[in-house]
Design a protein around this ligand. Structure first.
Ligand code: FE2
Length: 247
């Protein structure tokens, strides 16, 4: 794969103005090291304190998850993008293996940055108004699954059955059909159009192991208490208004 194709690959993840594309995430211009300035992605602050989700998700997990794991995806993405920029114009000296490794590095860390940015905004302190199922999303869930309990049972069964090893569980909305669906992805693979993320649940061990060990069911029950349904309902409204990509 040529570096030009790599650039096209990055650009093809079109912006959704929604947080689901790199183009939706904030960057800063770094003039500190390079001869020419470089745009860098930045770690978004959490919309709540690290201890805000206790006792369901401990402050220790939240701090490590945000400051160490998410920060690492951002750092590694920025480093790989600088390397890609440096390769441009020197294609004859670039080996196929090096390009493939760089492509995989960008794909993995791009997904890690996008997925975690969506994840943090999809959570809220238990008992806050955001954590009540609400709006058109509540109506759509009840219409399809019968009740919130039946929905959560089906969602957890899907995630526990399909995510083996590290990955993510999702509730998505198809912008063509407006249908709500469950999805799972491996590693840090993100959701892409025509699907928009409504809810995302991190199933990597770093998200739960310090508190729940190998008990993924208990972790999912804990996450259920801190899901930000206000945010999810707003995402669903975006899906309902989204212009179909196949029209
Ligand atoms: Fe994570």
């Amino acid at each position: 794969m040529s570096t030009l194709l790599l650039v096209a690959l990055l650009a093809s993840a079109c912006a959704t103005q929604y947080g689901q594309s790199l183009d939706d995430l904030p960057k800063i211009v770094d003039n500190s090291t390079a001869a020419s300035s470089v745009e860098k992605y930045v770690l978004p602050p959490l919309p709540y304190e690290y201890e805000a989700l206790e006792p369901h998700i401990s402050a220790q997990i939240m701090k490590l998850h945000h400051q160490a794991h998410h920060q690492a995806y951002v750092n590694n993405l920025n480093r790989a993008l600088v390397e890609l920029k440096e390769m441009q114009g020197k294609e004859e000296m670039t080996t196929k293996d090096k390009i493939e490794v760089l492509e995989e590095t960008i794909h993995f860390n791009r997904g890690g940055h996008i997925n975690h940015s969506l994840f943090w905004k999809g959570l809220a302190p238990a008992g806050s108004p955001q954590t009540s199922l609400q709006g058109d999303l509540e109506k759509a869930i009840v219409a399809k699954w019968g009740s919130a309990d039946e929905f959560s049972t089906a969602l957890f069964r899907t995630i526990l059955g399909r995510v083996r090893g590290s990955g993510w569980g999702w509730l998505v909305c198809n912008v063509d059909t407006r249908e709500l669906l469950f999805a799972t992805t491996r590693d840090q693979d993100p959701i892409s159009l025509p699907q928009l993320v409504i809810l995302g649940i991190d199933m990597w061990e770093h998200a739960y192991y310090l508190q729940y060990y190998n008990n993924k069911q208990s972790y999912l029950k804990a996450i259920w208490a801190v899901l930000n349904w206000k945010e999810a309902n707003e995402r669903y409204a975006s899906c309902l208004k989204h212009t179909s990509i196949s029209s």
